[in-house]
Structures are given as C-alpha cells and as structure tokens.
Design a protein around this ligand. Structure first.
Ligand code: MSP
Length: 644
C-alpha cells in the first residue's frame, strides 16, 4: 500500500466572489498534491467553505435570501473557479454538510464532558467582520481589530469557554521545539504576541449568532465559527461521523496551509483542541504571506483586474498559476499588479521556456524532418547541461515539500536558461550547414529534448494543462515523464519524433494589454449610467418586483433576413415556449446561443420587430467597447425559474 499524504487549504468564507488572492493558497496546495501524486503517494487534498457566522447571516439578509440560499450560490462560484484553475482537490467540505455538523456537535460534547469546555459569561471586544474576540491588550490603539484594523464592539453574554489557559506550556513547547509551524519567523511572532504571557480561555459559543451549529445540549447557543471551521480538517475524513471513514488512513495531516493572518488559530487553538481530544497533531503548518496591493492585503481591485476568470481567459490558467507562485517569496508578501503578471509571463514563459521548446522542435523538424537519429556520443560541451538536468529532481522535490514554490520554479528555470545558452554555444544552425555534422547535430537536439523532458515533468504540477502539450511536441510518452525517469538522461529513444505544435505561451503586447485592462476597469458607460441613475432617482423594491424576470433555454435561433442586427430566438421558458427577437446579431452567431441558459423579461408587452413578434427581452450587459454580452446562466438552473 502506498504512503499517504494529506494536505489542506483553509476553508474559504463564501462572502463574496473569489479573487486572485484567494487562488494563491489553493494553487500552492494543488502543486504539492500533484507533486506528491507524481511521487506515488496516496494523496487526500481537501478544500471547502466556511459557511456559518454573523457575517454570512448579514450578507444573506442584505440580499433577502436565507443564509443557505446565499452560500449555495457562492459555493458554486468557488467550485467553478477551482475547476477553471485546474485544482485537483479530492474532497470538498462545507461546514453546512450534515456530517460536519455531526462531528462538531460530538466534539463539543466530548470536550464539555472532559471539562475542557465550561459555561461562563463573556464580556469583551468582538470584531464582527473577522468574527474574532480579542483581549484589550491585543487591540490596536485600544479599540481596533489587529487583523482588519476596524473598530471592535463591546459584547457581553452567557457563553461556553474552551480551557486554552491549561495549554500555554504545551503550545510553547510545540512552537519552539518542533517544526510544526513554518516559516520559522512566524514562531516568534506567535509566541511573543499571543502565548508568552499565558493563553486566555477562548469563548466558543454565541447566543446572538443564529446562523451556526447549535450547541448540542444548549440550543440557545451556536458554536463559535472558528471552532466549527477548524474541525473541518478532521470531519472531512470521518472523525466522529459516519459518512467518511478515512481518519485512520490520512490523519495526522501532513500539511495545513494558510495565509499569515489565520496562523494564530491554526498554531494555537487548533493544536490545543487536538491535544484535548488526544488526537495526534498535524505535521506541518505553513503560513504564507499575502498577495498585496501596495502593502495592503488584496481584497478589492484598486486599479487592477484581479478576477481570476478574466486573467485565466486572457493569458491561460497555467500562466496565472505560474506567476502567483513564482512571485511570492517564501514567508513574505508579494505585490500584485497586472504589469508584473504580464512581464513575468513574457519573460519566463514566452521568452525562456516557450522559445526553448519551439526552437528545439522547429530545428528537429527542419533539419531532420521531425525524427532524430542520434548517436548519443558525448562531448564535453554537453556535460554541464546534462549534469544540471539530472540533478534537478530531488532538490525541486524538497523545495516543493517545504512549500518553497518560488525557489523550486527558480531552480527549474535555471536549467531552462542553461539550455537556451547551450543552443547559443552549440550553434545548431552552423552545424546544419554540413551533412557530416548530422550525428552531432542530432545529439545536440536530443540533449535539448531530454532537458525539456525533465523540466516539463517537474513543471507539470505547476502548469498541468500546458506540460502535456510540451510532451506531445517533444515526442515524450507518459511513461517517459514518470517520476522515476526524470533524474537521468537517455530516456527518449534515439530516433524520437517531434511534432510542431501551437505556441505554448503567446507573447503579450504589454501596452495594448494594459490599455484593454484599463478599459475594462473604467468603462465610460458605467460612469454615464451612474449619472443617469442620479437623475432618474431610486425605485422601491415593489416597483422593481413589477418586472418579472425568468430563466429559459435557447432551443433554436436564426438570423432574420434583411435585419442585420436581429436574431430570432426560440426559448424554452418552462411553460409553452416563446419567441424573443434580440438585437445581438453583431456579437453572437446563432450556433453560439443554442443550448445556453438566459434570463429574460417575461412580462414585457409583445412587440413586432421587422415583422417578427418578440415576446420578451433577454438580459445582456453593455461592454466597454460598445458591444453587448448576454447574461448566461449555469446549465443546471431549471427553465422558468423566477429571478429576483
Ligand atoms: N474561513 C477562514 C479560514 C478558516 S480555516 C479553518 C478564512 N477564510 S477567508 O476566505 O477569509 O480566507 C481564506 C484564505 O484565503 C486565507 O487564509 C488565505 O489563505 C487566502 N487569502 C485571501 N486573500 C489573500 C491574499 N490577498 N493573499 C494570499 N492569500 C489570501 O480566513
């Protein structure tokens, strides 16, 4: 049986749409999970969402939804994002899942029975956005949350407490004398800021927050969201529930990864809970830095396009994955801007890696018609490249294991650069001038292909969509890039055949691209419409409710002869069907629309357009360039649903 490896991301608050900052932890974990699978481990990669608490309750109320309705929608966005970003998670935990609730309630009861949870009265400072209690001494200027720097509120209520104060010495011992928390700089930060003066008991229930897991023996109380959330790491593999039963197999976790602001909960509260439960501790907690804008944690755009869907569509998901990992130094923050991302893609991916592959394949194609016949005779000029490529795998593996993604990539790209230099040194185009040099020329190209094979195999966990395309181009089979084949040269057959393919990483014209991104951020239209809004005034919800919006599916669509701008669209509206005529023919061909789900105005008075009756109007957005984009829905939404 293969050895197991259990890795977790934090579970995300579904309180807004995910941005590029959210992607960092998940992509970093994905790389480790993929690397470990490549090494033959039986991997469990867990991610999920943290769905309870006052913040979610408030957001749902603001949208006139139940909290569950609200989170269901956002969880879909998270799952869509992870699939778009190529995240290979094995399990997705939601804290609203029944099995998780069962585990949390069982643990709460267990800790109460053991005397680690007791009832008392809480009087203190609470930060609503962070859902965190703070002691006076932890506050900034005596009144602000140390995490988000917003004012805290006074709060007093009957509550249950977790006896953390009994665990000060054991937590100090864990932090100081084991390698649980990394990077090391965070150890002193935690001990000095939170532990050294003695831990205080933690309030672990609320009576004011209704959207939470009820305390099993006192239903006026709900479990504090952080206790609820941390338990996900064991509920998801079946601790104290009957849905899963992999706890024995995967626990203790090999790696919890989080950003620095939540290291406190993971390095103090979480190990203390596990100690109380007499469960072994996870092996490693890695607290990485933030993706920032000018020093502040990224939370909104501030003049940059940060929607991962937009970035992934423009540059390719693998390029985005590469940049966020490459530019985050170990343990520190990384400043984000669209320029930095584009610059990195152009330099490393288009120039260095992309060029190496395309030049090598093009030369093999041009000089040998694609198939090399190498005599593999060595030459001292080859030694350094070969030695570097053969020595690459193990250091990269150690760096990945330590979550040193940026350094791991830097090591691989040193070999990529060395290979580009090797082309300049061996000058294949000069060798090609004389047929007598063919064996040497073939060996040079073979060495380049072997170097690409090794580098691309190690890059696969980072860029899982593009590397198989590289293998196709260099004529490598899947078995040629297996982990046990990438620490030696000579795996590709001497008569390997290459296949010229698409450009792997197209170069981006940075000025043009920045102009386009800026146009996306400040569409002139939006500003004008806001002014219009001011003039037109505000409407009541009742007025809005007069407009009946429904969902439907386009089942047929055709152009209307003589009306260049119009499309005639047949919509399955969940009832008798209807025809809508829409002025979107400049932007959509009929076949682009068939099968897509849309929103339409259902109670619009019918009108005739170019002789065709239109029974409603579909919703589309204005775009910055004066075009329109239809609002499409997920395919699983039933036709005829009400939109409000
Ligand atoms: N729900 C808690 C975690 C509970 S885990 C038991 C939470 N959620 S969160 O959605 O606010 O943030 C989750 C994680 O998102 C952060 O720890 C971090 O990993 C990641 N990031 C969010 N913004 C980020 C950046 N700007 N940069 C890097 N990571 C960021 O905290």
């Amino acid at each position: 049986m293969s050895e197991t490896y259990y890795i977790t991301t934090p579970i995300y608050y579904p309180s807004g749409n995910p941005h590029i900052g959210h992607c960092y932890t998940t992509v970093a974990c994905d790389v480790i999970a993929r690397f470990k699978r490549m090494q033959g481990y039986d991997v469990m990669f867990l991610t999920g969402t943290d769905e309870h608490g006052a913040k979610i309750q408030q957001k749902a109320e603001a949208e006139s939804k139940t909290p569950k309705e609200y989170v269901d929608g956002i969880v879909e966005n998270f799952k869509r994002l992870w699939s778009f970003m190529g995240i290979s998670y094995d399990r997705y935990v939601r804290t609203t899942d029944d099995y998780h609730i069962e585990t949390v309630q069982n643990i709460f009861r267990k800790l109460y029975d053991k005397g680690y949870i007791y009832k008392g009265s809480y009087k203190g400072k609470y930060c609503v956005p962070c859902e965190s209690f703070w002691t006076e001494k932890e506050l900034i200027d005596g009144c602000k949350c140390p995490d988000c720097k917003r004012p805290v509120i006074d709060s007093e209520e009957e509550a249950y407490f977790l006896r953390l104060s009994d665990f000060t010495d054991r937590i100090i011992d864990l932090l100081r004398n084991s390698d649980y928390l990394r990077p090391e700089s965070r150890v002193n930060e935690m001990i000095n800021n939170f532990v050294k003066d003695g831990l205080e008991d933690l309030c672990v229930s609320r009576t004011s927050v209704k959207w939470g897991i009820p305390v099993p023996f006192d239903e006026n109380h709900t479990v504090y969201v952080w206790l609820d959330a941390l338990i996900n790491y064991i509920s998801a593999i079946g601790y104290e529930n009957s849905t899963y039963n992999d706890f024995e197999k995967y626990w203790p976790a090999n790696m919890h990864m989080t950003a620095k602001e939540i290291v406190r909960f993971h390095s103090i509260v979480w190990p203390a809970i596990l100690m109380m439960l007499e469960v072994p501790l996870p092996k490693r907690l890695y607290g990485h830095g933030w993706i920032t804008f000018g020093g502040a944690k990224m939370s909104k755009s501030l003049g940059n396009v940060i929607d991962p869907f937009v970035l992934g569509e423009r540059y390719g998901v693998d390029a985005v994955r590469y940049q966020i990992l490459r530019d985050m130094p170990y343990g520190s923050d990384s400043n984000f801007s669209n320029e930095i991302m584009i610059g990195r893609i152009n330099t490393d991916l288009a120039n260095d890696l992309g060029n190496l592959v395309s030049r090598t394949v093009a030369m093999a194609d041009k000089y040998f018609g694609g198939t090399l016949i190498s005599d593999r005779k060595t030459d001292p000029l080859d030694d350094e490249l070969k030695a570097m490529a053969e020595a690459l795998r193990d250091p990269v593996a150690s760096l990945v294991e330590e979550a040193q993604h940026s350094l791991a990539l830097a090591e691989i790209f040193k070999v990529v650069s060395r290979a580009n230099k090797y082309i300049d040194e061996t000058t294949p185009w000069i060798l090609a001038k004389d047929k007598a040099n063919d064996p040497r020329l073939a060996t040079v190209l073979y060495n380049l292909l072997e170097t690409i094979r090794i580098c691309s195999a190690l890059l696969f966990p980072f860029m899982p969509t593009t590397m198989p395309k590289v293998w196709e181009q260099i004529g490598a089979k899947e078995s040629d890039v297996a982990y046990d084949k990438i620490a030696t040269f000579g795996v590709l057959p001497a008569y390997v055949t290459v296949h010229k393919g698409e450009v792997l990483f197209p170069r981006i014209d940075i000025d043009k691209e920045i102009d386009e991104l800026n146009a996306m951020l400040t569409p002139a239209k939006t500003i004008r419409e806001d002014e219009d809004l001011d003039k037109a005034g505000i409407i009541t919800i009742d007025k809005f409710a007069e407009t009946k919006l429904r969902t439907g599916e386009i089942i047929a669509c055709e152009k209307i002869p003589k009306a260049k701008k119009l499309l005639k669209i047949q919509v399955d509206d969940g009832r008798h069907g209807r025809q809508i005529v829409s002025g979107i023919a400049q932007w959509y061909a009929p076949e682009d629309l068939i099968g897509r789900k849309i929103i339409f105005v259902a109670n619009l008075a019918p009108a005739k357009l170019c002789g065709e009756e239109s029974q409603g109007m579909l919703l589309a957005c204005d775009t910055a360039d004066g075009g329109a984009k239809v609002v499409f829905l997920d395919n699983d939404i039933p036709n005829g649903s009400t939109v409000r």
